[in-house]
Design a binder for this molecule. Structure first.
Ligand code: 6PG
Length: 243
């Protein structure tokens, strides 16, 4: 049984993004100091880009040896490289492209410009994870949808329950675009720490369900835990339904 998640509440969405970015910078510095390498998985959505924007603006951003950092994504929309609706494109534009990362350490999910299907892209990403993943992520940064989805694992969706695999192709996503590639729960949990970044009153019910063990089919986010720590980083609006 995983330990209960920690919950940290910040006054505003911007304060949440700034505090989470500072937390991430320190976590990556510590990972490099401890193991000589850091693996972080980023996310899409508004919070996914806001933490990148704040990270790139951190005063101590140069304290990290970015040469030793690997970047992954918890999910990706199955769209051509550079498409404006891809998570990596949005993260790049928010500031990821300005960080001195090694391009070969930025592991982008293939799109239809280089693969024939989301299934092929998922298999290729799983191969990269096995070849370069270092065995575990240090930090898994995740957003949460109002329905309790995490990455592209949606309530009552067949792909969400996938086991025995690191990645899964997702079709008919209730959140557009319809075709995606997602890490599975098993892969998301191959992380020392799992951080849920959640802002806005429209997420308050999902946060309540996610932090109180709602059934997996209803709230996939409630069933993703880090091996060492799980923390919900919230703004005040997203925390309104917590006791
Ligand atoms: O591809 C995606 O859409 C994201 O990875 C998705 O999982 C996102 O993180 C949540 O939907 C929350 O998005 P917001 O932070 O914008 O609400």
């Amino acid at each position: 049984m995983s330990a209960a998640p920690d919950v940290v509440v910040h006054p505003t969405k911007q304060a949440l993004a700034d505090a989470a970015a500072a937390r991430l910078l320190v976590a990556l510095v510590d990972a490099v100091a401890d193991r000589g390498v850091a693996h972080v998985s980023m996310t899409g959505g508004s919070m996914g880009s806001e933490i990148v924007r704040s990270l790139a603006a951190q005063p101590a951003v140069d304290a990290l040896d970015w040469d030793r950092v690997h970047v992954w994504w918890g999910d990706e929309r199955y769209l051509p490289a550079g498409d404006q609706d891809r998570n990596d494109t949005q993260n790049d534009e928010a500031g990821l492209a300005r960080l001195p990362l090694r391009p070969e350490h930025v592991h982008r999910v293939p799109g239809p410009d280089t693969t024939a299907s989301a299934e092929e892209a998922a298999a290729a990403y799983a191969g990269t994870l096995r070849a370069e993943g270092g065995g575990a992520f240090d930090v898994m940064v995740l957003g949460v949808g109002p329905d309790g989805h995490v990455a592209s694992l949606f309530p009552h969706h067949t792909a969400a329950a996938t086991t025995g695999a690191l990645t899964v192709a997702v079709h008919d996503s209730p959140k557009p675009p319809p075709d995606r590639v997602s890490l599975t729960v098993e892969c998301l949990e191959r992380s020392r720490e799992v951080w849920f970044l959640v802002a806005g009153s429209d997420k308050a019910d999902a946060v309540r369900r996610g932090t109180t063990g709602s059934p997996f089919a209803e709230t996939p986010a409630a069933h993703v835990h880090g091996t060492e720590r799980t923390v919900w980083l919230l703004d005040r609006d997203a925390a309104t339904d917590l006791g």
